[in-house]
Design a protein around this ligand. Structure first.
Ligand code: GDP
Ligand code: MG
Ligand code: K
Length: 298
């Protein structure tokens, strides 16, 4: 089997253990890039790097009752991620019996079930159960609420049954690219990630005929109305490479742009307008250190 990758959405009420669960799955190789004030748009909670797979966990901010009550707009934004992921984990505490927020979540899932990927119910905190019967009762109570692809009782805290959940997640991933470098650290800027996503599309679509040393510089990264306007330049060393990236009548660069845009919208949680162009710069290697700096600074 070749490399597998994909996106996993984690939903659930606050404090059910979503962050703990993701941390436990990813383990020491955690690379959380969200939870920074300036990346509230950013839905990436973390990236799980395996030898032959990569799983990107996406957060769904706003799926809870704020202090001003339920905000439909936030809810819509939050739920737009649901149809974009490869699988969805709905996390509940094992004693969950429903409540306003939970019913809201479930209602959303039901009304969108046609567009949703497989939804797995993760029944968390089973370490707090007095005996196994409580857990079985919980599962019996939940199983008819929705057409779940599976129900997995776990303890994110002590790791119980996490191996099963992990195996199941990897099983659900399809053949795909390594979206993020394995040594990705926690505070990469969005600009850097945008450049990396575009670079990755160039390699995939040109079937590696373009050297990996090409650089992508994000020149513009601004919010306009409800979308993010990104303009980026792909730097190559030779005219022939420029031709390859542009393709016949611009077909290749158009494809690179549209595929990158889909991924960027998923990662950033917003509509993206992406403009790409290509420049030949024979000595860009010299300036690549500088370009890299561009990538790392907002
Ligand atoms: P989130 O808001 O859904 O991300 O929830 P957190 O991951 O922040 O967890 C909320 C609280 O529940 C924290 O105090 C965690 O330590 C605790 N917690 C998470 N998972 C478990 C679990 O499996 N068992 C127990 N006993 N506590 C847990
Ligand atoms: Mg959390
Ligand atoms: K977050």
């Amino acid at each position: 089997m070749s490399f597998r990758s994909g996106f996993v959405g984690i939903v659930g009420r606050p404090n059910v253990g979503k962050s703990t669960l993701m941390g436990a799955i990813i383990g020491e190789k955690i690379s959380i890039i969200s939870d920074k004030p300036q990346t509230t748009r950013n839905r990436i909670m973390g990236v799980w790097h395996g030898d032959d797979f990569q799983v990107v966990f996406l957060d769904t901010p706003g799926v809870h009752k704020g202090k001003y009550g339920i905000n439909d707009f936030m809810l819509n934004t939050a739920f737009s991620v649901l149809s974009e992921v490869d699988i969805l984990l709905l996390v509940v505490e094992y004693w969950e019996t429903g409540g306003q927020e939970f019913n809201l979540l479930l209602g959303e899932l039901r009304s969108r079930h046609r567009e949703l990927p497989p939804v797995f119910l993760v029944v968390n905190k089973i370490d707090l159960a007095e005996d196994k019967h409580e857990i079985l009762e919980s599962i019996a109570r939940q199983k008819d609420l929705f057409d779940f692809a599976g129900i997995i009782p776990v303890s994110a805290l002590n790791g119980e049954n996490l191996d099963r959940l992990k195996a199941l997640i990897v099983e659900q991933m399809e053949e795909g690219p390594r979206y993020f470098p394995e040594d990705m650290i926690t505070d990469q800027s969005e600009r850097f990630l945008v450049a990396e996503f575009i670079r990755e599309k160039v390699f995939v679509l040109t079937r590696d005929e373009i050297p990996h040393s090409i650089a992508v510089q994000v020149e513009q990264f601004v919010t306009e109305e409800n979308r993010l306007v990104i303009s980026a330049c792909i730097y190559v060393e030779r005219d022939s490479q420029k031709g390859m990236i542009i393709g016949k009548r611009g077909a290749m660069i158009k494809e690179i742009g549209s595929q990158a845009r889909v991924d960027l919208e998923r990662m950033l949680g917003t509509k993206v307008f992406l403009e790409l162009h290509v420049k030949v710069s024979r000595d860009w290697r010299k300036t690549s250190a500088r370009l890299r700096e561009f990538g790392y600074t907002e």
